[in-house]
Design a protein around this ligand. Sequence first.
Ligand SMILES: [Zn+2]
Length: 147
Amino acid sequence: MKKDKRDMVMFHKYPHLLYYGMMNKTNSQEPLSWYGIECGFGWYDILNRTFLKIHKLCRQENIHGRVRVVQIKEKFGGLVIYYEFNGVVNHICKEMIAKYIRDAEVEAYITCETCGKPGKLIKKGWWKTICWKCRLKKFIKSINIFK
Ligand SMILES: [Zn+2]
């Protein structure tokens, strides 16, 4: 899987949230360390806004470093963000973070994973949330293979 400089930009913006995933590579077993962000760039804006909300909450509640994202991936055409708590986090914060993550996953189902424009979940052999333009491009590419 790709590990892109856009992943690094995200890490530099949210070091506390993605620290263990992106930097602690030598002693980390976490997928984020090895594979980076495992979804299309069309969802990076959703991720950015979600991490910003979590970052602000953590700063406000003084719980930096106690929430860490361990994997970000596409699964069955949807966005999945796995995270864990590392230390004491109160119940209300946990609920809020769960809601931010849920909102991101819901938004991804109506956002093209490739380009970030409005899209929908297509289930045709492959499952992918995609817009009609990217779908057309994908289709044309698939035809070209047989020429
Ligand atoms: Zn698209």
